[in-house]
Write a protein that binds this ligand. Structure first.
Ligand SMILES: Cc1ncc(COP(=O)(O)O)c(C=O)c1O
Length: 472
């Protein structure tokens, strides 16, 4: 009987993939996906094959199927969403992580993975200047980091009111009040619902023009209600890049014994920049923080960090114990003790490699360069007749609106179409505060002044064409 492809060890595919990846990352390719969903289905959605295929054939097939449907978020001309560009050092560490095939569940299942996380935990707290006693869970992104932080918050604020969540869950629990802006990132609302909270729990505060809560609204609302409380503050609004006044919010929340969670998916990285740290003043007073590795740090997907000041509350919320998951006396930290999963990828290796590679200086330079580029771009766009920048650009986000409100939807959509179609960039529109906006995020690893100047020129010429069109 013929051998199936599975019965032959095939390590050549590793070199094949490495060679292709090198080629892919070195070249310039279309930034927008070229294939339609149907074309991609034709390539991917094949009948299940009975016999399997040699690895080299499969890898070639995968490349051919995926490439026309890839989005160029690793390209320096990508501005569409807040996404990182997968630093090649991180990619290399990611490959090793897969090649080693470690399960970073407990210390004993991969001592190296556990200790790598321990090292990164200390580096992150240092870089972000957060309380040194905090613990870090290595999760898949800021949504899961928020889930973890708020799970710790839930147990802790309930216990302050004599309710034992571990014993009875939310059954018979006092109503937990959660204060957040009506324009807080959807990830917060999603995590809250996954944790058993709903509309009755939410005290939704009206946001200002930057999407942020006003501390006086929080003070009014929180003072009128009793019971366990959680406040969710934003450090880096998804559209405006704005920061809520964290020190003021923390003071109000503390006065009312509320747990404070900071959603700093990308914005918290402003803390590494001496010229932008002021934006995050007071973040260190919070009880938990969510922050991404796969955005500004450029760690390959999927990487987020759940940071909780009270290590015991963190561990209580994520606890998972079983006889077969025993730990010896001198074992180190169990990675799964801080996250929802048990079997899990050894995230720590990749974060470790990228942080070692960039160093404090590299990360600071990255944030500083992107913020300076965003300011420059905003200034250039403000000079274009008929376009306005709606937000105060202090971070990396730019919200561009059309002055002709009546025709803004089609004009902005046309602008996006022209830019993406012929200018070698990738941008995106959004609906925000009843407006159709061009929403630009300067966050891709290699984006700097040359790309920004080219984008500003492209916006200007495309806008002139749209304007001329609308007059005909
Ligand atoms: C402010 C904010 N919070 C939360 C999230 C969710 O993060 P993730 O996509 O990593 O789960 C994002 C994503 O863009 C974000 O910008």
């Amino acid at each position: 009987m013929d051998q199936t492809p599975l019965s032959r060890p095939n390590v050549d595919v590793l070199a094949q993939s490495a060679s292709y990846a090198q080629h892919y990352r070195a070249g310039r390719r279309p930034i927008a996906a070229k294939a339609s969903a149907q074309m991609l289905r034709n390539r991917f959605c094949l009948p299940m094959n009975d016999m399997g295929l040699p690895g080299a054939v499969v890898i070639d097939e995968l490349i051919a199927a995926a490439e026309p449907g890839l989005i160029g978020n690793t390209d320096p001309n990508f501005y569409a969403w807040v996404m990182g560009a997968s630093n090649p050092v991180g990619v290399a560490a990611d490959w090793l992580t897969s090649a080693w095939g470690q399960n970073a569940a407990i210390y004993q299942s991969s001592p190296a993975a556990a200790v790598a996380e321990e090292a990164v935990e200390a580096w992150l707290l240092d870089l972000l200047d957060l309380p040194k006693e905090s613990s870090v869970g290595f999760v898949s992104g800021a949504t899961m980091a928020t889930f973890v932080g708020l799970a710790a918050a839930r147990g802790e604020v309930l216990s302050r009111f004599g309710h034992d969540y571990d014993a009875v869950g939310l059954q018979g629990a006092p109503l937990v009040r959660i204060y957040l802006s009506d324009d807080a990132h959807v990830a917060n609302y999603a995590a809250l619902r996954q944790l058993g909270f709903g509309d009755l729990n939410f005290h939704v505060l009206p946001s200002d023009s930057a999407g942020l809560m006003r501390p006086r609204d929080l003070a009014d609302a929180i003072g009128r209600e009793d019971g366990p409380k959680i406040v969710i503050a934003q450090a880096g609004h998804i559209n405006s890049g704005g920061f809520e006044p964290l020190a003021e919010i923390a003071e109000i929340a503390r006065t009312h014994s509320a747990w404070i969670h900071v959603d700093g998916a990308f914005g918290l990285w402003a803390r590494v920049s001496p010229s932008r740290k002021y934006l995050t003043e007071g973040a260190e007073l919070a009880d938990s923080w969510s922050v991404d590795g796969h955005k500004w740090l450029q760690i390959p997907y999927a990487c987020g960090f759940a940071i909780v000041r009270d290590r015991n509350a963190h561990r209580r919320a994520m606890q998972m114990t079983a006889g077969y998951l025993n730990a010896a006396e001198d074992d180190g930290r169990n990675p799964s003790g801080y996250v929802p999963e048990l079997s899990r990828r050894a995230q720590g290796f990749v974060a470790w490699a990228v942080l070692r590679h960039l160093g404090r200086r590299g990360i600071t330079e990255l944030v500083h360069r992107h913020c300076a580029a965003a300011s420059r771009l905003a200034e250039r766009i403000s000079q274009i007749d008929g376009l306005s920048v709606l937000n105060h650009v202090e971070l990396n986000q730019i919200v561009v609106a059309c002055d002709d409100r009546e025709n803004e939807a089609w004009k902005i959509r046309n602008l996006v179409g022209l830019l993406n179609g012929s200018q070698g960039v990738f941008v995106h529109s959004a609906r925000w505060k009843s407006r159709t906006i061009l929403r630009l995020s300067v966050i891709s690893m290699d984006t700097g002044r040359p790309q920004i100047d080219a984008l500003a020129a492209a916006i200007s010429s495309s806008w002139r064409a749209i304007d001329a069109d609308s007059r005909n």
